[in-house]
Design a protein around this ligand. Structure first.
Ligand SMILES: *Cc1c(COP(=O)(O)O)cnc(C)c1O
Length: 435
């Protein structure tokens, strides 16, 4: 498979190059030249297949030119020691739990595949790589855990001191080995500015073989399309005639994965993009004007994005045609108050505990049902993007009840924090890189 840039001003590249460069030289994002038709044929039935066997079947056509079957299966096996779980709440409402990986958010699916794929190509390249990431939460821990103990690759994480939750900080600073956590005396924007400056410094970039691992990397996006294939195929096999999929969204990478699966032939009736107060996308669908703005802080903080980076890909899929986009996508914005109320309501209706991001998804489906009157044979699959335990205070407050933390978080809490404090200063970062 070859990949072109959304801005169409850079050369077409193969997967390996797209993986290691992250972004095209013209500033655009990589897109596949075509979408292999994966769904609808016999080979993608989920019956009698493990999750990893299914993933292998749908991944093969994407990577066969560059990764032979055996190592591809190995990549999948090493990345996915866990799988998604489909929960049926009622006949029309299902939840796809994507939080059973080591850092308890869906980001483990993308990050771990990307890490193992890089490891595969890296073995041929024989040069130490440094992955540099600025993080405000879930991404950093998913990426760092994904690369933990991979030989020849080290990870340098920058996070803003005092600006991440205690739980998040423990997840970021207790990994160790080839992962260096830098606690930056500044804001998330300062961390991001340091990382950008490092990538812009050609000498530094070359000396340390700097690579990014952010959410625009195609190596993270493709594996995010596979769980849509698995879940929707499972539902179709089980006799659900029409499936709508709701995705709690921030940078729209997860939703973009769903649209990739649809382009590969997966029959999704409608996508519902659920956002919090950061409402640039629902406003665009309503007015036709795309107006990025500064982000607003909410309870679902991993979705606090004022200018979604994957939007450039999504409008490219639909040829910049808002009418075509609207045929497949509906979007709405959910307030913090509604988010809290929905956590409570889902708990009392189904005895099921959801996190604030997933709650935004449930609230969006509620509104879709009221405003769009879906047919009686339509069901809704809501992607659950994080474990409620990651947001313990908010969730226990909403359901007025304590609940146990998952084992992974308990363990991280007991380990000592191991971070190096640095000022928000470029010299301090380059000094540390030299170790
Ligand atoms: C990152 C994240 C999101 C948003 O995903 P995008 O791909 O950025 O749209 C939603 N929920 C959780 C828990 C996240 O960590």
């Amino acid at each position: 498979m070859k990949f072109y840039s959304t801005r169409k001003k850079s050369p077409v590249v193969n997967f390996e190059e797209a993986l290691f460069t992250g972004q095209a030289v013209d500033g655009g994002l990589f897109m596949p030249e075509s979408f292999p038709q994966l769904y609808g044929g016999k080979s993608t039935s989920t019956k009698d297949k493990s999750y990893n066997q299914f993933i292998f079947d749908v991944a093969r056509p994407w990577f066969s030119e560059e990764i032979p079957d055996e190592p591809l299966y190995e990549i999948i096996q090493q990345a996915y020691t866990f799988s998604p779980i489909l929960k049926t709440l009622d006949r029309q409402t299902l939840c796809l739990e994507l939080f059973h990986g080591p850092t308890l958010s869906f980001k483990d699916f993308g990050a771990r595949f990307m890490a193992r794929a890089m490891c595969y190509f890296h073995e041929k390249r024989q040069r130490e790589i440094t992955i540099l990431v600025a993080t405000s939460g879930d991404t950093g821990s998913a990426v760092a855990r994904a690369y933990h103990r991979i030989e020849g690759i080290r990870v340098v994480l920058l996070y803003p001191s005092g600006k991440v939750s205690g739980l998040q900080e423990k997840q970021l600073t207790t990994i160790g080995d080839n992962v260096l956590a830098l606690e930056v005396e500044g804001t998330f924007d300062d961390c991001q500015a340091l990382v950008k400056k490092a990538f812009a410094d050609r000498n530094l970039k070359k000396r340390f073989n700097l690579t990014s691992a952010n959410s625009i990397n195609i190596g993270r996006l493709l594996p995010q399309s596979f769980y849509y294939g698995w879940a929707v195929s499972t539902l179709l096999d089980a006799g659900y005639p029409k499936v709508n999929v709701c995705v709690p969204s921030g940078n729209f990478g997860n939703l973009c994965g769903g649209l990739f699966a649809q382009q590969s032939g997966l029959p999704v009736n409608k996508f519902v993009a659920a956002v919090n107060a950061n409402r640039v996308v629902p406003d665009y669908l309503e007015t036709g004007a795309y107006r990025p703005r500064p982000s607003i802080e909410t309870l679902s903080n991993a979705m606090d994005v004022g200018n979604p980076s994957n939007w450039e890909r999504i409008i490219r899929i639909f040829d910049h045609d808002p009418q075509l986009l609207k045929k497949h996508l509906w979007s709405t914005s959910v307030s913090d108050e509604e988010t809290r109320a929905m956590i409570k309501s889902v708990h009392s209706s189904f005895s099921y505990i959801i996190d604030p991001h997933t709650s935004v998804g449930f609230a969006a489906v509620d509104r879709f049902r009221q405003e769009c009157s879906p047919a009686s044979d339509e069901s809704f699959l809501i992607l659950s993007t994080a474990h409620a335990g990651k947001f313990h205070d908010i969730v226990s407050g909403a359901i007025e009840k304590d609940f146990p933390l998952p084992e992974e978080l308990q363990k991280a809490l007991e380990l000592p924090k191991n971070a190096t404090k640095i000022p928000a200063d470029f010299g301090a970062l380059t000094d540390l890189l030299s170790f």
